[in-house]
Design a protein around this ligand. Structure first.
Ligand code: MG
Length: 310
């Protein structure tokens, strides 16, 4: 089968200016070394609480201290969810207004990516509230889940109209998306959103594998998702739960970037189930990168890779 035939773009769309099928975007390693690996740490998420995930940072002070430790260990993207005083997810921009400048002050050059998750709130105006911050508090990036799915704690609902409106507001605010892709249908949607000018060329996509209602955590699914994305997409991969270690290793070995952190996985070792810390998960990803000959990106390299000003 010809490589180009892997890409799922209807022929009619090509003539209309859609992304044309392109070959696998990364050259062979080690003849041409891969780009420095960008390590993204998803610190908190929507669900984890300290009674079950004792090291998850939930207060602004905990999030900052954890971010500093992860940055020192090699993380250059902070995927941030704010919580309220009771530890519940907080979509309000005021929850981020002091947190983001403090993250920038303590972690110079770091990429701040905020959530627009719809797991607790449905209204676009609420989900996009954090995008309205200005100055040092304006996020560099924001999550954009490209479809609906079922988590074991409940559904995450993302209607196409909602995805389009979130993408439009990010574009208009010059905030780049972190595309969250859980299956092929979500990768497919990225083509139409790119064609319609709602996603930037060379967008950053996180491929989240191993969830029971999404793509499985295996090499075939990962490569299928990579090939299904628009040409030039900067891809990273994350494994959910026990799959985090294997999916991170797989991505690093074939030229991708990675996301780790307690949002996606609470344990360093699923055999002994000892509680992990975000910094330990980052250190593991850095060690995995080094084991396959990858350089880990510093902040300026990460910003350049993700299409952000340095
Ligand atoms: Mg998130």
């Amino acid at each position: 089968m010809a490589r180009d035939s892997y890409v799922n773009v209807p022929r009619g769309l090509s003539a209309a200016g859609a992304q044309r099928p392109q070959p696998f975007p990364y050259p062979s390693h080690p003849l041409t070394p891969y780009a420095p690996a960008v390590v993204n740490v998803a610190l908190t998420g929507m669900v984890a609480q300290r009674d079950r995930v004792p090291h998850v940072p939930v207060t602004p002070e905990q999030i900052v201290e954890d971010a500093v430790a992860c940055y020192a260990a090699g993380a250059t993207v902070l995927h941030v969810h704010a919580r309220d005083a009771d530890g519940r997810p907080d979509w309000r921009r005021c929850a981020y207004a002091e947190l983001i400048p403090e993250l920038r002050r303590r972690c110079p050059g770091v990429v701040v990516c905020v959530t627009t998750s719809g797991r607790d709130v449905a209204e676009v105006d609420r989900r996009a509230d954090v995008l309205e911050l200005e100055g040092d508090a304006r996020p560099d990036m924001a999550s954009l889940t490209l479809g609906s799915l079922n988590f074991h704690t409940g559904p995450s609902v993302n209607a196409i109209a909602t995805i389009e409106e979130l993408a439009r507001r990010m574009r208009d605010r010059a905030i780049r998306p972190e595309l969250e892709v859980f299956d092929l249908g979500m990768a497919h949607l990225a083509h139409r959103l790119t064609r319609d000018g709602l996603l930037p060329d060379g967008a950053y996509a996180n491929l989240l594998l191993g969830f029971h209602n999404g793509a499985p955590a295996d090499a075939r699914a990962l490569v299928a998702l990579i090939d299904a994305l628009p040409s030039g997409t900067v891809w990273a991969a994350a494994g959910l739960g026990a799959f985090q270690r294997a999916v991170n290793a797989l991505a690093l070995a074939i030229g991708g970037h990675v996301r780790t952190g307690l949002e996606d996985n609470p344990h360093l070792d699923h055999e002994d189930r000892a509680p992990a810390t975000n910094a330990a998960l980052v250190r593991r990803a850095v060690a995995q990168a080094e084991a396959v000959g990858r350089v880990v990106a510093g902040p300026a390299q990460a910003r350049a890779t993700l299409g952000l000003a340095t």
